[in-house]
Design a protein around this ligand. Structure first.
Ligand code: IMP
Length: 478
């Protein structure tokens, strides 16, 4: 491989300083997109799974770049519905490789069960590949996650984060603390045992841990079954880029849950941003063609933390009921509210979105008017439009300022059929006005629209989309 690459680099020597890998930005003309990132623009649960599944139809690789069993990507196929937690949604399509990437923390027993379930239902159609660098999330981490969240609430009632209790925070903490075990370690029994002993020595504050001997044996067994799927994934992706194959990086969770840029501490423990997708896959930023931010036409949040546009009244209940807003992993009812353009602007700048996919527009169908929040007024009277305060507490009492846009009709089957046959031009005019408002406020155009749960209920807006390539980080005047 290296020899082939250096031969190619020499061949192109006459053109000056050419990168070894064909760079996406060199020849966009006439070539299909190579690397696309799909990330959440709100608090998670924006139907990223549905959009990634839609785009996976034209991809060769789909790579999950972060998180672990806390994610729940729901997909509705003609054969039935399913929720993917640790597998990339590419595994549902023939000819696609679904990679669980290096940025993930993977619970191997749960991963195996997820694969078995898909296989039993005849839905495991793509190839599964697991990164040898992904960290192993253990039952110890699940116990520690619950212990930590209980501790927070005990020391300061009301300070619990409401994590998914899947062990995410402790698994990433052990990764950073260099106590972690990686998927690639499962094949080395003696070393695995030593690593487990060290890890257990850091957990003396926990009780009811599974026996070390039992866990070591279980991990070695599951490791040997998964071994054929575990491999270095970054060289595989680099070679795919060199062949100009399409790669989709599938983010889990979302921008506002980012451990640094979200509403800390009410965040997850990874980087669910476009930058995180690169770290979590090993793909360099210079190879990325598109960054698609997925947002619902309204907002939801699970777990604790500020939610400026939350509607805890009847209308919020309406969104929960019509939108079926319950956590795909935990089953918890989601908190519901209105579209927050302050957060979308922030997410657009943070991620460099080239376009949005707006989902669940059908849920708002039939409402006379649609509230969208354009700024907040904080307790001290200051306003917030673009830059979120770094202190989550400042947002707890933020007053949203709403603009009311005209609503659009219900998405009855007849309208859905028209969209399927005529494309996006059949979308209601008032809905297109809603998209224009998103563009005006965020400088990011809407490119994809989800108008129902089913796989075929997504439509792409027609070009011109070249303005979508304009970076979101132009000077900000608003
Ligand atoms: P953790 O990721 O389980 O540590 O949870 C931290 C916070 O992120 C909690 O508020 C969770 O509800 C939220 N969270 C984690 N994963 C998801 C997700 O996939 N969708 C929505 N919220 C999530």
């Amino acid at each position: 491989m290296l020899r082939e690459l250096s031969r190619r680099a020499t061949r192109s020597g006459s053109q000056g300083k050419r990168p070894i890998y064909p760079n996406a930005s060199e020849d966009r003309e006439g070539r299909s997109t190579t690397v696309r990132i799909v990330v959440g623009a709100q608090f998670g649960d924006e139907a990223k799974g549905k959009i990634t599944d839609y785009l996976a139809a034209g991809a060769r690789y789909v790579v999950r770049t972060g998180g672990g069993p806390n994610a729940g990507h729901s997909i509705h196929l003609p054969e039935g519905s399913l929720v993917l937690h640790q597998l990339a949604c590419g595994v549902l399509r023939h000819g696609v490789v679904g990679v669980s990437g290096p940025g993930m923390v993977i619970q191997p027993m749960k991963l195996e069960a997820e694969m078995q379930d898909l296989e039993r239902r005849g839905l495991l159609r793509g190839q599964v590949v697991l990164s040898d660098r992904a960290h192993v999330l253990l039952p110890v981490h699940e116990i520690e996650d619950a212990w930590e969240d209980d501790l927070r609430a005990k020391v300061n009632p009301g300070a619990g984060l409401g994590t998914t209790r899947q062990g995410i925070g402790p698994a990433y903490a052990d990764r950073s603390g260099r106590f972690g075990i990686r998927l690639g370690d499962l094949a080395h029994r003696a070393r695995l045992r030593e690593s487990l002993e060290l890890l257990y020595a850091t957990k003396t504050h926990l009780s009811n841990l599974p026996s070390l001997d039992g866990l070591a044996a279980e991990l070695a067994e599951v490791g040997s079954r998964l071994a054929p799927l575990i491999r270095p994934t970054e060289p595989m992706l680099w070679e795919a880029i060199a062949r100009r194959e399409t790669i989709l990086l599938e983010g889990a969770q979302s921008a506002l849950l980012d451990v640094d840029f979200g509403m800390y501490p009410y965040v997850t423990s990874s980087h669910p941003t476009s930058a995180g997708a690169l770290v979590g896959s090993g793909i360099p930023p210079t190879e990325v063609d598109e960054v698609i931010g997925v947002a619902k036409a309204y907002s939801t949040r699970v777990g604790a933390g500020p939610f400026p546009t939350e509607d805890s009244g009847e209308r919020g209940e309406y969104l929960r009921r019509v939108g079926g807003e319950r956590g795909a992993t935990t089953g918890r009812p989601r908190r519901c509210g209105w579209l927050d353009l302050v957060l979308l602007r922030y997410a657009a700048r943070l991620n460099g979105f080239t376009s949005f996919a707006i989902t669940k527009v059908d849920v708002l169908g039939g409402l006379e008017e649609i509230p969208v929040c354009t700024q907040y007024v904080l307790a001290d009277g200051s306003t917030v439009r673009d830059v979120l305060p770094s202190q989550a507490d400042d947002l707890v009492h933020a007053q949203p300022v709403y603009e009311y846009l005209p609503g659009w009709p219900m998405f009855h089957q007849r309208l859905k059929d028209r969209i399927k046959s005529e494309g996006a031009m059949a979308l209601p005019l008032t809905l297109r006005r809603f998209f224009d408002r998103i563009l005006e406020e965020t400088r990011v155009p809407v490119q994809y629209v989800g108008y129902g749960a089913e796989r075929d209920e997504t439509v792409a807006l027609p070009p011109p989309f070249e303005h979508a390539r304009r970076p979101a980080l132009t000077p900000w005047t608003g």
